[in-house]
Design a protein around this ligand. Structure first.
Ligand code: ADP
Length: 248
């Protein structure tokens, strides 16, 4: 019988006392020192904090690329502890869409092949469905006219749009973006941030690490980390032009 609170059971991401200790040459680094966090479907969350505070470690754990040393992580209702390597990879493929600072496209695959690749690991998606989803994802980011190009024939901004399409094609529960504008000039950075905002408006759940304050504020909630702990967790202020209730 579950003793979870209603809020917890509705969380897409639920972290309960998550710690991460790295051991190197007898030095212990406490990268995460006990994270308690709930993120709900449809939220747009940015993770901020000084270099070394644990942002990348947290994102790696959320993305099932790394495992906590202690604590509990439940993703979309699935307890993650104790999963085999293969089950973890399967869950990651279905539930998580990654967007990296350096795009991470495969240079000798075309744009469309890059977007399609993660779907080829799924036995529940037919070849025709893969093509359909690839076309739809490229359409959503405005890149369907470049499907046969190679990544190095595109600008950085275009490559990042393709990476967003690849992240979207599997229909993930959450998009995890690690400094998605870090390798882009301000014009292309702005375009990618506008794309993420559009996706959020369309219902996507986004968790983004960014150093750039201009972009952190695009999210509707900002979580500040310091020394591996959440030290601040704030919803963005209501817009200045929000309607004000009038009294007679
Ligand atoms: P941020 O992304 O906020 O810059 P990180 O999550 O990369 O911070 O790192 C948090 C702390 O953990 C840092 O002190 C870093 O040196 C340490 N760390 C991160 N990854 C490793 C690793 N693989 N091995 C040892 N220490 C690590």
């Amino acid at each position: 019988m579950s003793t979870e609170t209603q809020t917890d059971s509705q969380s897409l991401i639920h972290l309960d006392g998550v710690k991460k200790v790295f051991l190197t040459d007898e030095v212990e680094t406490h990268a995460l020192a006990g994270i308690f966090l709930d993120i709900h479907q449809g939220e747009y969350v940015s993770i901020a904090g000084p270099s070394g505070c644990g942002k990348s470690t947290l994102l790696s754990i959320l993305g099932l690329l790394d495992t906590p040393s202690e604590g509990l992580y439940r993703l979309n209702g699935h307890p993650v502890e104790g999963l085999s390597f293969a089950d973890r990879a399967r869950l990651r493929n279905r539930e998580i869409g990654f967007i990296f600072q350096s795009f991470n496209l495969i240079g000798d695959l075309s744009v469309a092949e890059n977007v399609e690749l993660p779907l080829t690991y799924r036995n529940d998606v037919s070849s025709a469905e893969r093509k359909r989803r690839t076309t739809e994802a490229l359409d959503r980011v405005g890149m369907s006219h470049r499907g046969r190009h190679l990544p190095n024939q595109l600008s950085g901004g275009q490559q990042q749009r393709v990476a967003v399409a690849r992240a979207l094609a599997g229909g993930p529960s959450v998009l995890l973006a690690d400094e998605p504008t870090g390798n882009l000039d301000s014009r292309n950075g702005e375009a990618v941030m506008n794309l993420l905002s559009e996706l959020h408006t369309g219902g996507a759940t986004i968790v983004m690490v960014t150093h750039d304050d201009r972009y952190a504020h695009r999210a509707d909630r900002t979580i500040h980390l310091f020394d591996g702990r959440v030290v601040d967790d704030q919803n963005s202020a209501a817009p200045a032009d929000a309607p004000v209730a009038l009294t007679a």
